[in-house]
Design a protein around this ligand. Structure first.
Ligand SMILES: [Zn+2]
Length: 279
């Protein structure tokens, strides 16, 4: 507190003044708009802020979320949003949704940070694959048309995602969300201009491969995420994940690195802005 304030407010103890956290963290993947979090989103966000979370990207999962997210980010522009169709919701979408996505990108270009959450999930039933692929390819094209980064969902599909990004010569990068793989797998996406989204996975002892990637790849490769309400951390299984848990993801991340927490936080923050083209 500046000296003159002490004189003006002699009774105010410095200890009672809330201090902003000295580390700024960015939750690059938080589904604050899903029913598990939405009714109390403000409370979740305030709890996250109290532990240093100062940035947040909310990726949509289906078309019905797009307009509500646009309305939300108009009222709360400190949140970044991504619009897209998640592969789990592929069956409920067709060409009509793609036309709508394109028109929203045209109308709200500057308000929409990225196209996402899009991707391929080959742990789902094989009969969903054709539509998943069609929607992913079309959304990747839309992202290129509007020069937007993408937020990628993957499950048993890293090879196919990588191939399609290369085939389309997509050059706007983004985030490979919920990265869990070897340093070599991560490097393939880093080479395509992507950052690797690191979440609660690294808090599990069984995640040796992903922990090795965090140890071995340069700090410039990573961003942090919670994927709340999904992906509870080790020790919180069965509970709803919330954005304040990002502080614990950060702690686990720091344990795997040699740099100071300050340096790590600063670099991860810059990585997120770069991955999402936020200026
Ligand atoms: Zn997600």
């Amino acid at each position: 507190m500046p000296e003159f304030l002490h004189e003006l407010l002699p009774d105010l103890q410095p200890e009672s003044v809330p201090q902003p956290p000295d580390l700024a963290l960015f939750d690059s993947h938080c589904h604050l708009d899903l029913p598990e979090l939405w009714p109390e989103w403000l409370q979740h966000w305030q709890q996250a802020q109290a532990v240093g979370v100062q940035g947040c990207l909310i990726p949509a999962v289906q078309a019905s979320a797009w307009q509500p997210l646009l309305d939300f980010s108009r009222s709360f522009p400190e949140f970044n949003i991504a619009l897209g169709i998640h592969p789990w919701w592929a069956a409920q979408h067709d060409e009509t949704s793609l036309v709508l996505l394109k028109s929203l990108l045209e109308q709200h270009r500057s308000q929409i940070t990225a196209v996402g959450e899009i991707g391929l999930d080959y742990a789902l039933a094989p009969e969903t694959f054709t539509r998943q692929q069609l929607l992913f390819e079309a959304q990747l094209k839309l992202a290129a048309e509007f020069k937007k980064p993408v937020v990628l969902h993957h499950r048993k599909s890293m090879v196919q995602l990588h191939a399609e990004i290369k085939r389309q010569k997509f050059e706007y990068g983004g985030i490979l969300h919920a990265f869990s793989g070897s340093p070599e797998q991560g490097q393939l996406f880093v080479d395509l201009g992507f950052k690797l989204g690191i979440g609660g996975t690294i808090t599990y002892p069984r995640a040796a491969k992903t922990q090795a990637a965090v140890r071995q790849l340069p700090l410039s490769c990573f961003v942090l995420e919670t994927d709340a309400p999904a992906m509870p951390l080790s020790g919180f299984q069965g509970q709803i994940n919330t954005p304040k848990q990002l502080a614990l993801v950060f702690e686990a991340f720091c344990e795997l690195r040699d740099e100071s927490p300050q340096e790590i936080a600063g670099q991860l923050w810059r990585n997120t802005l770069a991955a999402l083209s936020i200026h």
